[in-house]
Design a protein around this ligand. Structure first.
Ligand SMILES: NC(=O)c1ccc[n+]([C@@H]2O[C@H](COP(=O)([O-])OP(=O)(O)OC[C@H]3O[C@@H](n4cnc5c(N)ncnc54)[C@H](OP(=O)(O)O)[C@@H]3O)[C@@H](O)[C@H]2O)c1
Length: 300
């Protein structure tokens, strides 16, 4: 199939482009400033900004499938303000759907996130929820993926956790008890690729989690253990973290704000884990500990 991956030069996008190309699909990655050296041989690039329709719509011509993986990270305060989430995740999706319709693309795969909800607690989660609503209204065949955090080569989640938790002693809001269900990027890329090869996935919204439920503190311990360090987590009361990050909201350039405080309180796990829709069981997926080459930490 002829596939366009919007956001194909990003972390998940690069792995997905490789997986699709390995399966024999013709793949083009769209981004604002794509660097072909980020992509496997044989993957083409197209330049376009999903928030500017005229800059990107031509790239949709002749495609059988479009993936929308364009992202603005929820881990940091956007430099253009929190409203950027709506502009990129909802507005960008609206433009991608419009371009797909205009150019007769049959199939649309949307990357959302666990907890996506138009009335959710953060700008990111609300924008993801609104984008999902638009996808469900489209005439094209669609599939929506809602993964937990994704790890693997190039993962922002692990580097973010390391930044948050220096070796030896690391203060974390609420002791880092918020739970995640990290999924390896290649496991996810395989499911994303499968989704266009079987019509059974049309009209489905899949919650995707990895094999283990880990607290943020567990992730920090694993990441430090892999570097030969240990880390002791010190709990900062949530109330104190809230005050700090709310104050940070008002400081231009501060990397985190009240949205990041709210997202640190929301569990990022799935009770339904839909990996079985792809014939997978948790034991077949890569664990974070395996990826890091360490044994699992004791529960914190
Ligand atoms: N990584 C995770 O842990 C995780 C977890 C749950 C859900 N997700 C979702 O998975 C998807 C992929 O995430 P990711 O981690 O791969 O993100 P990423 O590494 O930040 O990649 C984002 C991609 O989007 C492109 N992009 C950003 N703004 C754009 C714009 N205005 N127009 C066109 N392209 C633009 C970027 O390239 P340029 O900057 O060069 O334009 C890049 O190719 C996103 O929908 C994300 O919300 C990710």
């Amino acid at each position: 199939m002829n596939v366009l991956v919007a956001g194909g030069t990003g972390f998940v996008g690069q792995h997905l482009c490789r997986e699709l190309a390995d399966r024999g699909h013709s793949v083009t990655a769209l981004a604002r400033d794509p660097d072909p050296t980020d992509l496997p041989a044989g993957v083409d690039t197209a330049m376009g900004d999903v928030t500017a329709y005229d800059s990107m719509e031509a790239a949709f011509e002749g495609r059988d499938v479009v993936y929308n993986l364009v992202a603005l990270s929820p881990l940091f305060k956007p430099s253009g303000g929190d409203e950027m989430h709506d502009r990129i995740h909802r507005g960008g999706t609206e433009n991608c759907l419009r371009a797909a319709a205009e150019h007769g693309v049959d199939r649309f795969v949307q990357m959302s996130a666990l907890g996506a909800d138009p009335d959710g607690d953060t700008h990111y989660i609300r924008a993801k929820g609104r984008a999902e609503e638009l996808v469900r209204e489209t005439d094209q065949d669609w599939t929506i993926f809602r993964p937990s955090v994704v790890f693997g080569e190039g993962s922002e989640f692990l580097s973010f956790t390391r930044k948050l938790t220096p070796p030896v002693l690391a203060p974390l809001p609420g002791g880092g008890k918020t739970k995640f269900q990290p999924i390896h990027v290649d496991d996810l890329a395989g499911m994303l690729a499968d989704s266009i090869e079987d019509d059974a996935h049309t009209g489905e919204t899949y919650e995707i989690g990895g094999p283990d439920v880990l607290r943020l503190a567990d992730v920090a311990k694993l990441a430090r253990k892999a570097e030969g360090h240990s880390v002791r987590i010190v709990s900062i009361p949530m109330g104190l973290a809230k005050v700090g990050l709310t104050v940070a909201d008002a400081i231009p350039g501060a990397p985190m704000g009240s949205d990041q405080y709210r997202s640190l309180q929301v569990e990022n796990t799935t009770s339904t884990n839909d990996i079985d829709a792809f014939g997978l069981e948790p034991g077949e997926l890569t664990t974070l500990a395996d990826y890091l080459g360490v044994s699992s930490p004791p529960r914190s």
